[in-house]
Design a protein around this ligand. Sequence first.
Ligand code: PLP
Length: 441
Amino acid sequence: MTQTASRPPGTRVPLPLDVEAIRADFPILTRTVRDGKRLVYLDSGATSQKPRSVLDAERDFYENHNAAPHRGAHQLAEEATGLYEAARARIAAFIGGAVEEVVFTRNTTDAINTVAYALSNAATAKEPSFRRYAVGQGDEIVVTEMEHHANLVPWQQLCERTGATLRWLGLTDDGRLDLSDLATVVNERTKLVAVTQQSNILGTINPLEPIVARAREVGALVLVDGAQSVPHQPVDVATLGADFLVFSGHKMLGPTGVGVLWGRYEVLDALPPFLTGGSMIEVVRMEGSTFMPPPQRFEAGVPMTAQVVGLGAAVAYLQDLGMDRVQAHEEALTGYALEQLQAVPGVTVIGPPDTVARGGAVSFTVEGIHPHDVGQVLDDLGIAVRVGHHCAWPVVRRYGVPATTRATFYVHTGYDDVDALVEGVRAAQRFFGVTPEEATA
Ligand code: PLP
């Protein structure tokens, strides 16, 4: 990202996306909330709203093609399989991966657990080729202090199951990864490094290159949590250089219930399954079973077919907008929001103060008012934000705050939404009698 912090405060650079036209694509944005107020939706980081094309794709699937893919010899099953696999191909192309490297999961959390359980199951796998990446006693897993619980707790649990040790990279005071001890934290004992590309609470975009390079030096796998990056910026797995990339459909205009585990093929192929059952087997006998190659090996049971089709439509929508423009749009809004919020006495942004290597998650505290109370006042004004620890408890602890208020932006967000947020924060200060003058006193 380029630096926009040098712009005069309050500057509204022209937004790359046509906000009014985009809003018209989102039926939910036409409704009002809290007695007729316009919905100002600033919680896309938790889950995004869905454009009509995604809703239509799901409805069309159920109305016209519904069947279990990869089963049955009838026309509907063929059509369902075709739609399911076409979505896989589109999503693979979207991130620059091969079709057989895209595994559908329920969400990011499910994708991370799939890898974590595969690594612990590997130790006891009957098939010798599944033992290559086994994690056990004496091994280490590395995460960062910035991770969402989804990219922390599964690794803690893996360590408990296997006797491996969890280590982590810390944070700097301005909300960035502290890489000063990278060479010691990631070492010959490291089996896997799991790191987020973009923080859901600080907005920080992490420098993955040195981390991936160090992991390669010591022969460790790398998992990138793309839950907050894939929806908001171009991401290409070849450039990333990691072994796994995970993300959620519902955060990128798609349906809930579908996520993606992209894995480098040779790595996926050397991993045992996590969930087992139908759809993922090659041959089943009473004495034992063999498994399909990836991606089917990791897709046990009838999959979330309509949701996958809906995610394909979401990706098509984003491709039409262009991910470069999506990123530039959010960067302009983020620069403006940071300037406007930091101009309010008593407001402290938790995370990088400008748009350098930063995405559109803006977390802040308001002196003298608990974040939950800020959220309550904003909600009364029709402004939806998230308050709390944002499933990244170690981060709020690191910065010594009980919680934050977080605004997140997306393709339908405009300057009017940011203005509403800033005015809402001022309204909260007035409501609680914490005037800007008092806040700075
Ligand atoms: N990782 C990050 C960075 C996130 O922001 C989230 C959700 O907010 C997740 C992982 C978990 O995503 P999901 O709940 O869709 O599994």
